[in-house]
Design a protein around this ligand. Structure first.
Ligand code: NDP
Length: 328
């Protein structure tokens, strides 16, 4: 381990949050059991919020990055040994605990998942927290009985990270996927991932009637606010809609009518504190169902030095698919 290494840190200067590349030493790292040499982290919407100073980090200074993959350098007295490949999603990284935008990090063994045998380190971060959350949403649709023959599944925020992986998975599983996007220029990309129809983001984001014509058998919503309200209002009898995001806002200006007249089910999805058994299942299913060529298609790799502009881009909805951050 070199004496100094790079990290991307959120700090407060003159009453304002700033994020920048800094140099750290091993002694600066938190007092956690497992030392990991990080290879890649990811860029998630939450990372964008954190780096742009819009909350998330609940103590400062904070090393950003809600996910990471790398190799154990020292496992302490845990079950992890030097050389083991491990990944982390969530668990409060970039909120309460230092995260993945660093060449080295110290982490609790309970947070670590072994890198699934059939994935490269790059692929695990191409999936990242966004893709693992997409899998959690698909698992909820399946667990609640939504089948391909039931009808159309809407994915909102389609060209983003969660949306892109969700479409790839749903399409592979035989579902008819309708992509809601505000970027018509992504239609070819979304078709290649498996979307068969499109709706304009605006048609869902403008306030609509509380009870509308039935269309969706299921949905994966990453946008929230009026978009989710409209999706619920257009849901078919006993449809299942998963809610994981707030790219359009945190409100939910909806009515109870879809729930009490059509038995629509709205299911919240959280990736951050999900128990290990569910994470393991999600990674096993990603291994089984996520087409690798689609993962390559939806991924770009960028250096840590670009995090400032990338964070602004993801908050502004300008990122397509997934961005992996090469921390070295
Ligand atoms: P991205 O920024 O990659 O994707 C979000 C997409 O939403 C954009 O690409 C855009 O898609 C659409 N969008 C952006 N701004 C707006 C807007 N103002 N109104 C309507 N649509 C908009 O983010 P991620 O995919 O990484 O995350 C998506 C959401 O899911 C975020 O809110 C994130 O915090 C949440 N999330 C939650 C997790 C959990 O554990 N619950 C875990 C991971 C993510 P398009 O251009 O196609 O319209």
């Amino acid at each position: 381990m070199s004496k100094f290494f790079n990290a991307y840190m959120i700090r407060e200067e003159d009453g304002q949050r700033q994020s920048s590349l800094v140099q750290l030493q091993e002694a600066d790292l938190p007092d956690e059991e497992v030392l990991v040499a990080i290879q890649y982290s990811g860029l998630n919407y939450k990372d964008g919020l954190a780096l742009c100073g819009q909350g998330i980090a609940r103590r400062l200074p904070m090393v950003g990055g809600v996910d990471l993959v790398g190799e154990v350098v020292d496992g302490g007295s845990s079950d992890f040994k030097s050389g083991d490949k491990v990944l982390v999603n969530g668990w409060g990284l970039s909120e309460l605990h230092w995260g993945g935008y660093s060449q080295f990090q110290r982490l609790k063994p309970d947070w670590l998942v072994r890198v699934p045998e059939n994935f490269s380190e790059l692929e695990t971060m191409a999936i990242g927290t966004a893709g693992y959350t997409a899998m959690l949403c698909v698992m909820q649709l399946q667990a609640n009985g939504v089948k391909p023959e039931d009808g159309e599944i809407v994915v909102t925020g389609a060209a983003g990270g969660v949306g892109s992986v969700a479409i790839s998975l749903l399409s592979k599983l035989g579902y008819h996927v309708v992509a809601s996007t505000g970027r018509p220029q992504t239609h070819d990309y979304l078709s290649a991932l498996g979307a068969t129809d499109f709706i304009d983001r605006k048609s869902l984001s403008e306030p609509g009637k509380p009870f509308q014509a039935e269309r969706w058998a299921g949905g994966i919503d990453t946008v929230g606010d009026t978009t989710l309200a409209n999706v619920l209002a257009q849901s078919k009898y006993q449809a299942v809609i998963t809610c994981c995001g707030l790219a359009g806002g945190a409100d939910l200006p909806a009515s109870v009518l879809p729930f009490i007249l059509r038995g629509v089910r709205l299911i919240g999805v959280d990736s951050v504190m999900a128990p290990q058994a569910i994470r393991q299942k999600a990674w096993d299913l990603l291994d089984k169902h996520l087409p690798r060529e689609k993962l390559t298609e939806l991924t770009q790799v960028e250096p840590m030095s670009k995090l400032g502009s990338l964070a602004e881009d993801i908050i502004a909805g300008r990122i397509r698919g997934r961005v992996v951050i090469d921390v070295n």
